[in-house]
Design a protein. Structure first.
Length: 360
């Protein structure tokens, strides 16, 4: 008897550039529909893993919608696309009052203020309500980093290495944590529901912008055989033509390396370097495993499109163009992947085999 494959979705961090993997998922949804299959993403993927903006997408597709029907996700792909193309402009904006305040407290701009997190928090609360990750519609992993205990944090509804239940978090707070990029947003204060304590978390992109390896390890903790795993890893675009010239970098100093007005060079380099390394490692790891499949989809973007907070209409057009090119160039790969998905859905009756509840 043919074994049913376990499908994993992994999405990189990248701020507004999350529009790129979102568009790829829309293409997958469209291909399924053209084949007569209408299934939510949480029915397609047995596990979703995301860092930062990737975590927002993964959570939106796997969290139960507050007050919704059983099995209804907190967000559709169309709603998430509206978030990137419209709502992001309200998040990445500085009010006149805030700018004046910054001029008083920081007249030389040495410490560029992060964006006000309240608009983002309102959107997250409205979207996710007060549901916790334990109620997820499929398995989920979101990355973050605890700045007080100096520890990497993998917020999940899977299981620990010893087989015990993981710590539980509210969905909206978990997303706020994984998107708390240093120099852009202040750290997130989240409630660890299992340990009854608050934690100070920042964006997991500081150590794992491409979480594909974390996703694979989570699958193995769940007892899934390597040969049964199909991992789709979606990047948020690379800007190889955006260098950080030596002549400029030598004069930056500690503050210059962290300035948002320069694109937060240190964070950009960390994220890009880790993503390149993770995809290289994952490709070689999967090549050594019989039956396992690793599919990495990413593409190049214009130099000025790399900034994670560039939500201007012109940049949204550029990101959509980058996504169009990836979808066009990877048509054969996407068609083959959808065929595999349909085979899985036929075996499972379009219902995710998670063993999880569907509480709203």
């Amino acid at each position: 008897m043919t074994r049913t494959k376990k499908f994993i979705l992994s999405i990189d961090g990248g701020g507004v550039r999350g529009l790129i993997p979102l568009r790829i998922l829309e293409s997958i949804e469209s291909r399924l529909a053209h084949r007569g299959v209408n299934a939510p993403m949480h029915a397609c993927f047995d596990l979703m893993c995301g860092t930062s903006t990737g975590g927002l997408i993964a959570a939106g597709l796997s969290a139960p919608k507050p007050g919704g029907e059983k099995g209804e996700a907190a967000a559709t792909l169309a709603e998430l696309r509206m978030f990137y193309e419209r709502d992001a402009r309200d998040i990445f904006v500085n009010s006149i009052g805030k700018r004046l305040s910054r001029m008083i407290t920081n007249p030389f701009g040495l410490f560029d203020e992060s964006y006000d997190a309240r608009p983002l928090e309102k959107i997250l609360k409205d979207r996710f309500g007060w549901t916790s990750m334990a109620s997820g519609l499929t398995r989920l992993v979101l990355t973050a980093y605890d700045i007080e205990t100096r520890a990497a944090v993998f917020m999940t509804n899977g299981m620990q290495h010893n087989g015990s239940q993981p710590d539980d978090y509210y969905f909206w707070q978990a997303v706020r944590a994984t998107t708390a990029a240093p120099a852009y947003f202040e750290p997130a204060k989240v409630e660890n529901l299992s340990r009854k304590r608050d934690e100070a978390l920042i964006d997991g992109g500081v150590f794992m912008n491409d979480p594909a390896i974390a996703a694979y390890l989570e699958a193995r903790k769940l007892g899934w055989a390597s040969e049964d795993i199909v991992l789709l890893s979606l990047g948020t675009g690379r800007a190889p033509e955006r260098p950080f010239p030596y002549a400029e970098a030598t004069g930056w100093g500690a503050l210059g390396w962290m300035q948002p007005s320069k694109g937060v060079p240190i964070l950009s380099i960390f994220s890009d370097g880790q993503a390149q390394t993770a995809s290289y490692q994952a490709e070689h790891l999967f090549n050594e495993m019989d039956g396992a499949r690793y599919i990495r989809l990413n593409g190049t973007i214009p130099a000025d499109a790399e900034a994670m907070d560039n939500a201007r209409p012109g940049n949204i057009i550029a990101l959509n163009g980058a996504a169009d090119r990836i979808i066009r160039d990877q048509t054969t790969v996407l068609d083959a992947f959808v065929d595999l998905l349909i085979d899985k859905l036929n075996h499972t009756g379009a219902t995710p085999d998670t063993g999880l509840g569907h509480a709203a």
